[in-house]
Design a protein around this ligand. Structure first.
Ligand code: HEC
Ligand code: HEC
Length: 311
């Protein structure tokens, strides 16, 4: 990996000041430490943002505020089979339930083909390697095997200008991405079965139409995730005044409902403090389920919230 040359090609200007001063000794540390030791000061590690599920401010560069999810969830998302993502989609709402999840098609830098986007709040990234390449360059200012800062095609005042690497890179750079991806994949652990009564109540409330309890993994087994990884129109309250990839202003990828204890703030920008606040902000395709949620009896509400907090 090479360090970003200077502030000129600042990808995520809001982070550049930190990233640009990454100390050279950081390179001699093992990638493990980079991934797991939360650090302070100017040296950002993956854990700095992900362990605390921090909200990153978009600031002046016009990007939206975004919360980082625990990386154990990413390990599960990575393991979902492409076929399941397609089969869950219902873009024309043929089943007439007012819910029309659609696949976010993206170009995979790793595979050089169109794949269903699965990472990011807008499902704008297709593979774990692509997501890590993005994290390295935009969040940490580190060029890598898939993405570099362009001096040829970006103008000096163009924030967000990175280019896919056209020419082959040396083996060392390739392996950094592979090592980091393997670290994330190692976070996959056996999962406990959720309480069937809780799942039933959750499904009856209409939540499971998007937050599907299980997705099929590449090896055929069920992965407990509580998402369909599809884009849904969530209405005006959650809309941003910008689009990302093919997602419209009000479309978001269904969030996984795992690990609430590790999430500081809910929804893409961390605006909701409680599960109930997060649900009340749902609109658009989720409107019916919000109505059902608000109509739950007090006992049912407590049961549903306890079930969710236990995931
Ligand atoms: C400066 C904070 C920051 C750092 C450092 C950072 N990330 Fe992230 N990461 C984020 C944010 C914010 C998102 C959500 C981005 C979005 O959807 O727009 C994200 C998204 C991701 C996702 C997709 C999560 C999902 O549910 O789709 C993965 C995987 C990921 N990061 C891995 C990494 C790895 C590995 C590293 C270290 C090499 C890293 N990140 C470093 C802030 C950070
Ligand atoms: C139409 C699809 C849809 C339905 C139905 C739906 N959700 Fe969601 N949910 C989403 C999407 C998309 C997000 C991410 C929105 C965002 O961050 O802006 C989300 C986010 C959430 C979050 C925040 C998670 C986090 O990590 O930040 C919670 C909690 C949640 N939903 C609970 C529920 C519950 C409970 C129900 C049933 C009453 C429900 N949802 C019904 C699509 C849906």
């Amino acid at each position: 990996m090479r360090l970003k040359p200077g502030l000129r090609y600042c990808v995520a200007a809001f982070l550049a000041a930190k990233a640009a001063v990454l100390a050279p000794q950081a390179h001699t540390e093992t990638l493990d430490e980079r991934l797991f030791s939360p650090r302070t000061g100017d040296q950002l590690s993956c854990a700095d943002c992900h362990a605390e599920a921090k909200v990153i401010q978009g600031g002046k560069v016009g990007m939206g505020n975004r919360r980082a999810d625990p990386l154990a969830i990413s390990a599960l998302i990575d393991a979902v089979s492409e076929e399941h993502i397609f089969s869950a989609a219902d873009p024309l709402d043929r089943d007439g339930d007012n819910i029309s999840g659609r696949v976010s098609w993206v170009l995979s830098l790793t595979d050089q083909r169109q794949v269903p986007g699965r990472f990011g709040w807008k499902a704008s990234v297709g593979t774990l390697e692509d997501q890590i390449a993005n994290a390295l360059i935009t969040d940490m200012g580190l060029e890598n095997a898939l993405l570099t800062f362009s001096t040829a095609t970006c103008s000096a005042d163009e924030p967000g200008c990175v280019v896919a690497v056209a020419s082959p890179v040396d083996a060392k750079e390739e392996s950094a991405l592979a090592i980091l991806a393997a670290e994330v994949r190692h976070l996959l652990t056996p999962q406990a079965k959720p309480d069937p009564g809780g799942v039933r109540l959750f499904t009856d409330t209409g939540c499971a139409a998007c937050h599907q309890p299980y997705m099929r993994g590449t090896e055929g087994r069920g992965l407990l995730l509580f998402t369909d990884l599809l884009l849904h129109d969530m209405g005006q309250e959650l809309a941003e005044n910008r689009t990302v990839g093919t997602a419209t202003q009000s479309e978001w990828r269904t969030a996984s409902l795992l690990g609430f204890s590790q999430k500081a703030g809910l929804l893409h920008d961390g605006r909701a403090e409680t599960i109930a606040q997060a649900v009340e902000a749902h609109g658009g395709e989720a409107q019916d389920s919000v109505t059902r949620f608000l109509a739950l009896s007090e006992t049912q509400m407590l049961e549903l919230l306890a079930f969710l907090r236990g995931l």
